[in-house]
Design a protein around this ligand. Sequence first.
Ligand SMILES: [Zn+2]
Length: 145
Amino acid sequence: MKVLNLQCAHGHGFEGWFASNEAFETQLAGGLVSCPICADTAITKLLAAPRLNLGSPKPPAETPSVPAAESSPEARWMRAVREVMAKTEDVGERFADEARKMHYGEAEERGIRGQASREEAQTLLDEGIAVFSLPIPPALKETLQ
Ligand SMILES: [Zn+2]
């Protein structure tokens, strides 16, 4: 199983789990890899190894009127994750079961989130079911309890 660091054109970072590098390339070419936050399909693979930043400097924040704390990368990431959480149903440890049911048309197609072990994720991948992993900020986890 390949866990790849991916990013959409809007700068949302997430992990995509794929059966192999080839599976990723094929799904990407077919427009099947989309950002779990904004559904953008312009996905780029980030290099896992650290690299020198030789690119052009980042453009200034798009909303300079917003207080610094609100426009920090962390704050924007929190908002994005909160949005995903609002749009998805938490199925907890039933994640693998529910994902499979939806894949086989036994349950309604919807956005779900939950926990899956690496083994469960691998099984889902083998069955052709896409799995994404989003790092949830600890602060957000607490507010949801
Ligand atoms: Zn995105």
